[in-house]
Design a protein around this ligand. Sequence first.
Ligand SMILES: Cc1cc2nc3c(=O)[nH]c(=O)nc-3n(C[C@H](O)[C@H](O)[C@H](O)COP(=O)(O)OP(=O)(O)OC[C@H]3O[C@@H](n4cnc5c(N)ncnc54)[C@H](O)[C@@H]3O)c2cc1C
Length: 463
Amino acid sequence: MKSNNPSFDIVVVGAGIAGLYLAYELEKAGQKVLLIESSDRVGGTWLSKAYQNSIYEFGPNTLMNHSEILLRLIHELGLENELLQSELKKSKRYLYQHSRLKEVPANPAAFLFSDILSLQSKLSIFLEPFSKPKSTNYEETVYEFISRKFSPEIATNLVGPALQGIWAGDIKRLSAKAALPKLYELDQCHGSIIKGLFQNKAKAKIPLASINFKQGLEFLCHKLADKITHIKLNCKIKNINCDLNNYQIVMDDEIIEAKKIVIATKAFQAADLIKNLDADLASQLNQIYYAPIALIAFTIKKNLFKETESKLFDAFGMISAQQAHFTLGTIFASQVFPERNLEDEYLFVSFVGGCKNSQILDFQSKDLWSICLTEHKEIFDQYAIKKLDFADFSFVDSTIIPKAIPQYNLGHQEIISTVEDHLAFLDNLFLVGNYLSGVSVPDTLKRCEEIKMDIMDRARSFV
Ligand SMILES: Cc1cc2nc3c(=O)[nH]c(=O)nc-3n(C[C@H](O)[C@H](O)[C@H](O)COP(=O)(O)OP(=O)(O)OC[C@H]3O[C@@H](n4cnc5c(N)ncnc54)[C@H](O)[C@@H]3O)c2cc1C
């Protein structure tokens, strides 16, 4: 008997970029789609905030322009004129090391002339093609992989801080194969990362750049949401059931039916939704650990810095190699794009915490602000016209994301392969999200695109 419940071809759960993208694409392909979101807004992790006539991000700060899916989307939505771009080789990045902000060279060869690495580590770059092979069947951590290929110093002082900036993770726990798949593959195919890099050096069609929008990254999510016919916010899903041909999404006040369901949430949130459908799958998803991150926005007056340092902050930001720091890195938010410049202040967004400092979860926001002040005073003092006071820094905003970034630690690929095995038995249920096949937005969109193709193939073969 046909039920009177609202019915859709596909229900997508979670209106972050993944859910929005899939809902938009599937509707465009002729499916009747409903996008369900538990909070009162779309965008998920993407959160753009205004400060005076500038904008800062409490989520991804910029995206790389190498994702064809992203570029196609921007073109299709007619957003080219809204774009901000900062060419990668023109935007400085710093490493805070040995009490100084040191510019990170834009290419591997330039490291030979920088004082970031010792002579021994510089030599290890030349000697990398002759490094010891990995013992078979042993899953290396990033620390072990980079130490074996280059040197422990490169692992600790360069790759560690860089990955801290992406994963908020610990290189002694992250799996090299899962967290650095491209470098790992180059080594597997060519026996050397350096040889592989040279042989694979394809000329990029357009210069690599960081991109954002005049109104902030979240703008893209709103533009996608505008194109989706059926979106429900503030939805609390109590249960998902499955009978012969349909899923029932049970909420407080209604039941919605769907032929297919896509769950576009974080792993532990997906686990909660599917625990009645497949408890083992839920328990696999619950094994994925997420690093906590606190984000703190603050400003400091430009005239507190020496005139000789007037170009210092014309950069993307810095990452900290100081082991004792809670600060992972700081984005120079008002300086990444000229359109975001403020008249007499610099605006920063600092990333604090991560895997190694998970005690931030117990801190109050005033404790986090105090850590941020102490560490940034230490970093900035030497460039200022006088010793900085805490009163020279102005607090703007802060937030803690208790489960921010999924960690591709040792064993992650095994978990994901078990997850995929379970999914093969759950007809018409799909998972997308950055815990599956890459943590970045371009990787997440790539997975969404694959799932879209799979869904459309099934829809066509059904007809
Ligand atoms: C601080 C930070 C900085 C980052 N910086 C970058 C960067 O610079 N570049 C980059 O490429 N990537 C970056 N990332 C990663 C990037 O943000 C993610 O890859 C991407 O946003 C993931 O999007 P998503 O849609 O899969 O998940 P999310 O953004 O987490 O969205 C999931 C959505 O599902 C909703 N939801 C959860 N449970 C339910 C439920 N039961 N019912 C309904 N809805 C539910 C949530 O409310 C949320 O809206 C960063 C991540 C963080 C946290």
